[in-house]
Design a protein around this ligand. Structure first.
Ligand SMILES: [Zn+2]
Ligand SMILES: [Zn+2]
Length: 426
């Protein structure tokens, strides 16, 4: 087949109706959970000032260095298509004066994000995420509640055997010392690291811990662990989070080298994964953590925060792999066929009466052939077919055909709505 002249940009795609039923299902579950746990919805713009991300997410992160769609507008503004949701939410918290509201402020979002990654299966440059953020509360109970909330959402989507991988990456008191120790450990083993990690060493030894290269795994596995260097406050916080998770019977795995590649995290970082047989985990479904410094970095004072986000495409892919089906909205049970100009005119009006009565009805008014219309009614699985021919139209009547029994009934047009209501009630 000849390629069409216009195609979606690389790594982007059209999402068609059948696929969108999955998005709708996930959205509906998020909405229910948000209502229950008292989260308000927020939608921030697709575009933000580039500096929001270079400062908030971090200059040396992969997202900011390589993956952002950034450009200069005709007016000279440096803008970026949002690659993630937490920095924009924190920006909105400051800009909309949410600090003067009763704290904590709980917000959730569901929308498209953009990263210029190498296109590969299941990875898109425009992808959808939903996230839940709690701002203005430092208590470790929030960390546990956020994890619980994502567990509930995934549970409602029929995910089983979920576990949290969890770690603490400390705070500005205890982390610098650990970073020095980690750096010297890694620098001594630089020759065993991949070229990317040798480059990372120069900027942030921290990022090496994120490397997935096999070559680097042995070095990473034996690296010093942040958990051994936590200050007293961070240590207490982490212990409480784990106790709350125990209380909620949420299974967790201590993952001492989990750092998550964003600069704004402090203390708790976590990922939710589905465990397969033999303890092997499939990909990450949710990622998140605490970010007690983010609002401050963005110029909004000391406001602790905690949250997480999930990739919608990843979740849908996993649902499909497991054969989880979502039902599409049921198609109308009634189909209206017409034959002749007068019948077409009267049908046009009749359809509006069905609309006013909120009874879904399907039709093919643009077609003249009765055979074509009946074929469509059959294909749709209509329970009742209404037929208005030339004769019926002249007499202001219409035929109701029960497709299961084949029985037909001639009724006056003005009575057809009531008659159909009666039939549907049966
Ligand atoms: Zn600390
Ligand atoms: Zn590496």
């Amino acid at each position: 087949m000849k390629k069409p002249r216009f195609q979606t940009p690389s790594g982007m795609r059209d999402i068609l109706s059948e696929e969108l039923t999955y998005y709708q299902k996930i959205f509906d579950i998020c909405q229910k959970m948000a209502d229950f746990y008292g989260f308000e919805r927020i939608e921030t713009p697709i575009l933000e000032q580039t500096e929001l991300f270079s400062r908030g997410v971090g200059q040396a992160t992969d997202i900011v260095k390589k993956e952002m769609f950034s450009f200069k507008t005709k007016g000279g503004d440096e803008l970026t298509m949002r690659p993630e949701g937490t920095a924009p939410v924190a920006r909105a918290y400051i800009e909309e004066g949410m600090r003067s509201r009763p704290q904590p402020v709980k917000l959730w979002y569901f929308g498209p994000f953009f990263r210029h990654e190498k296109p590969q299966r299941g990875r898109y440059r425009q992808f959808w995420q939903f996230g839940f953020e709690v701002l203005g509360e430092a208590s470790p109970v929030i960390d546990a509640q956020i994890i619980q909330l994502f567990f509930n959402i995934l549970g409602a989507l029929k995910f089983k055997d979920l576990a949290v991988k969890i770690n603490s990456i400390g705070c500005s008191t205890c982390r610098p010392r650990f970073k020095r120790i980690l750096s010297s450990y890694l620098r001594n083993r630089a020759s065993s690291l991949c070229s990317e990690c040798r480059r990372r060493l120069k900027e942030s030894s921290w990022r090496v811990l994120d490397c997935k290269e096999e070559k680097c795994q042995a070095v990473i596995n034996n690296a010093p662990q942040m958990l051994d260097y936590l200050c007293e406050i961070c240590h207490k916080h982490f212990k409480s989070v784990l106790e709350f998770l125990d209380e909620l019977s949420i299974p967790y795995i201590l993952e001492p080298h989990l750092v998550r590649g964003l600069d704004y995290y402090t203390k708790t970082v976590f990922e939710i994964v589905e465990m397969g047989k033999e303890g092997k985990s499939f990909g990450t479904l949710v990622g998140g953590g605490r970010y007690d410094n983010l609002v401050k970095i963005l110029g909004g004072g000391v406001v602790p925060g905690c949250g997480g986000a999930a990739g919608v495409e990843r979740i849908i892919e996993a649902m499909k792999e497991r054969g989880v089906k979502v039902s599409s909205p049921s198609s109308p049970k009634i189909f209206l066929c017409q034959l002749g100009t007068l019948a077409k005119r009267k049908s046009l009006v009749l359809i509006e009466r069905f609309q006013e009565n909120k009874i879904p009805i399907a039709e093919l008014l643009s077609k003249d052939s009765l055979r074509v219309q009946l074929e469509r009614a059959n294909k749709m699985g209509a329970k009742y077919v209404l037929i208005m021919g030339q004769k019926e139209a002249l007499e202001d009547k219409i035929i109701i055909k029960d497709m299961a029994t084949g029985r037909q009934k001639l009724v006056e047009i003005k009575k057809v709505i009531n008659e159909i209501k009666k039939q549907l009630k049966k």
